[in-house]
Design a protein around this ligand. Sequence first.
Ligand code: ARG
Length: 449
Amino acid sequence: MPDHSQYTSSIHYDKRLYRHDIDGSLAHVRMLAKQDIISQEDAASIADGLAQVRREIETDVFPWDAGLEDLHMNIESRLTQLIGPVAGRMHTGRSRNDQIALDMRLYTKDVIAQTIKGLRGVQGSLVALSERYPKVVMPGYTHTQRAQPVLFAHHMLAYFQMFRRDVSRLRDAYKRTDVMPLGSGALAGVAYPLDREFVASELGFKEISANSMDAVSDRDFVVEYLAAAALCMTHLSRLAEEMVLWSSQEFGFITLSDEFTTGSSIMPQKRNPDFAELARGKTGRVYGHLLALLTVLKGLPLTYNRDLQEDKEGFFDTVDTLLSTLEVFKDMLASLTLHKSRVTSLAGEGQALATELADYLVGKGIPFREAHGAVRQLCQFAELEGKELSNLDLAEYRRFSPQFDEGVFDITAESATAARNILGGTAPIRVAKALAQAKKLLEDEADGL
Ligand code: ARG
């Protein structure tokens, strides 16, 4: 019969938890000694051995043994080689079930902090871009149809808000991750007088799990990270889509720096926005990992079941995908060039100022619905004539409403944006304020969760 042990082995991916696993063991052993469950000497020798194990892993000389199934067994086995049978005391009052729950929580806490840092980096680039082009007016879209002029900075700061919500979701998830499960044992709690508060405080946990059965089978915190990551990737993917559109010849709004485009092997003129496209594409697999874990959990009876080992690969892949995408976006945004004259000229072109004309008639006392109808007919007329609204003369305007006068020629993309001087609107003074607030938020929350 062939050897099937590979099927249950997780060592090739759970080794990435080594630091958290060792930190957890060190805290547990210190506590065991403090409680006189093991002797100080034994605790000291286990701690020395674990330090050696960590060095070996970090210098790539650790003798990983796939036959030993998982990280915990690999470390304990090596510890036994290093310090002898006293290594066996480390696992007193502990099960691999609460041990892996601890490792995953420690790791997730770290990863949440790193993800927030990554998000801050992207937000910083959005702020920097807005500062570089604080007053450039561009077309704003609905239905991918030119709708009304907006400031480019307003558009960038829209993404700032999405990423702000992502940060807030992660912070919220952090609270529920910050719970120390050790002491739950295999499922029922343990029969030793452990000091759980001590372990929690040694490892920097705010709370202690309240039910041993829940603690060894709960992976909600991983689901929450995956869900927050999926939504964050959605935001990045939408931004990626705009980078792709805007850098096309049809739009011609931006040029991405060479570092973030690749040439075609056959068409020499092309610079393809591959990084943005890949970010958009990778979003799919992050969604998949969320659904996969939800599916793993849905039919599980309490408490620990080996199915739970399947929580890791998709999670690790999500972490790697999200963190690298955030890094790429930080630099891709920072290095893009906006074609100011192109976007500005398009902002007032075509019928982008139609709403302004309607508002103008409203200013003359005409009910909005009526003004809307008149401008709609005016637009149809201009289209038939093949003219820009700005090229019609006053007599032509007046065919649709006698209220039009010379003032219509003062309507520009700039006047249209300036008029939207309302909280959350695109008027330059509002956007300048929003930008200042965004900068302040980044400064105030520069370090930490
Ligand atoms: N490798 C396992 C996991 O990741 C660790 C816990 C194993 N526990 C057990 N009773 N087999 O879930």
